[in-house]
Design a protein around this ligand. Structure first.
Ligand SMILES: C[S@@+](CC[C@H](N)C(=O)[O-])C[C@H]1O[C@@H](n2cnc3c(N)ncnc32)[C@H](O)[C@@H]1O
Length: 266
């Protein structure tokens, strides 16, 4: 749709600006990453296990840290992202670290226009589906890019978190759990550097868990499990406290912060 094209264009400009800021941020800790520390979190490491020699398509890979972390574990990876600055930096990191990942700049919904091979694993994580207006074409693309018997795994912020507006450091319930109408936000800073002066202009959509599950089932995947957790590996919402296990929690935890879903192409 014409208007979606404009939303994607604005989002791409914002993500392009975020790349340089995120690459310098404490959150993405480039120094440790370059010296070998994985950027992957316990959830995805546990869920996908041994990936050695398995082909892996990473959707919405930002500037490639997670893709390259899977490469370091022996997977044959392709990362895709809308941001050309992100893909440029991902390719540079791949070269500097002498890894063998490939990267493609594309809207994730157009992945199959650029990549025709099928994969053992399709992976995506933390802050991805909210950039997509409709999960049906996304799920269909995932099914098309998986080998029969292949695994799709997503670990993502819980849709309840996106019902709130966090712009002024307060959490105000403002949006529907599953909102088809586009949500526009404009604010200073980014989740990885809140004191940055960059202005984020973003269009997003809220998808409830039934949207995620049903779009994947309709595309022909079998859901292996869906889990919800009262913690987040990232300190990206107001007033979180770090736990002994390294995860972040809200003070009065009344709802989950992340979910994970594993599915198989049948
Ligand atoms: C929050 S980040 C992904 C998180 C990832 N786990 C990380 O921290 O590296 C979201 C990514 O989605 C990408 N993105 C947003 N809309 C997209 C679209 N329509 N197609 C492909 N990538 C998109 C952005 O460029 C960004 O790199």
């Amino acid at each position: 749709m014409e208007e979606n094209a404009n939303y994607f264009k604005v989002n791409k400009e914002t993500w392009n600006k975020k790349v340089g800021i995120h690459a310098q941020s404490a959150m993405y800790n480039m120094e440790d990453f370059k010296s070998g520390k994985t950027s992957l979190m316990p959830y995805e490491l546990e869920a996908l296990g041994d990936v050695k020699d398995r082909s892996l398509l990473h959707l919405q890979c930002h500037f490639g840290q997670d893709t390259l972390s899977w490469s370091r574990r022996g997977a044959k990876c392709i990362g895709v992202d809308l941001s050309d600055e992100g893909i440029k930096l991902a390719k540079k990191l791949n070269k500097d670290l002498e890894l063998d990942a490939e990267f493609v700049c594309t809207n994730v919904l157009d992945t199959s226009k650029h990549i025709s091979k099928t994969f053992d694993i399709v992976f995506t994580s933390y802050g991805v589906i909210g950039w997509l207006p409709d999960l049906k074409p996304w799920a269909q693309m995932i099914a098309d890019r998986l080998k029969v018997g292949g695994t799709f795994y997503i670990v993502e912020f819980h849709p309840i978190l996106w019902m709130f507006d966090y712009v002024d450091g307060e959490s105000v319930m403002k949006y529907h759990y599953s909102q088809k109408e586009v949500i526009y936000e404009e604010y200073e800073g980014t989740y990885a550097n809140q004191s940055s002066k960059m202005v984020s202009k973003e269009y997003g959509w809220n998808h409830g868990l039934s949207d995620v599950v049903n779009s994947l089932i309709e595309a022909g995947l079998k859901i292996d499990y869906l889990n919800e957790y009262d913690e987040s590996p990232y300190d990206v919402f107001p007033n979180l406290t770090k736990q002994a296990n390294g995860m972040y929690r809200m003070k009065d935890q009344l709802f989950p912060m992340i979910f994970e879903l594993k599915a198989t192409k049948i």
